[in-house]
Write a protein that binds this ligand. Structure first.
Ligand code: CU
Length: 122
């Protein structure tokens, strides 16, 4: 048991999707009325118990990897919705192209995943 915990602690903390530890984090975003207005849904599941994670602190941060420092989109707090363990937030992006959404969980555990979306004008 202790050996397992040690091995898990030694795993490198990746900055992108591969293997978040305690939580299974699913992210999906879809335009809401306008291409630049993206409503994102985050679903949190406790990997150990398989149960949805409620009362988590979830925030969404958007950036354009191709244009460092060019954008300062306001981070959004994702509000809990249904089903349990689902959180929703709407980001107002500034232009079409590839955006990376960082989903930060600040409690009950700390984790972050990133989710890339290609925003196209239709
Ligand atoms: Cu840009």
């Amino acid at each position: 048991m202790r050996a397992v915990a040690l091995v898990l602690a030694l795993l490198p903390s990746a900055c992108s999707p591969p293997a978040p530890r305690a939580l299974d984090i699913r992210v999906s975003c879809a335009p809401e009325g306008h291409a630049l207005r993206q409503r994102c849904a985050v679903t949190l599941t406790d990997r150990r118990t398989g149960r949805p994670v409620e009362r988590a602190a979830v925030s969404l941060h958007a950036d354009m990897p191709s244009m460092p420092l060019a954008h300062s989109v306001r981070p959004v707090t994702a509000a809990p919705g249904s089903p349990a363990g689902t959180y929703h937030g709407t980001l107002e992006l500034e232009m079409t192209g590839r955006w990376v959404i960082a989903v930060r969980i600040a409690g009950p555990v700390h984790e972050q995943v990133t989710h890339a979306i290609d925003v196209e004008q239709r």
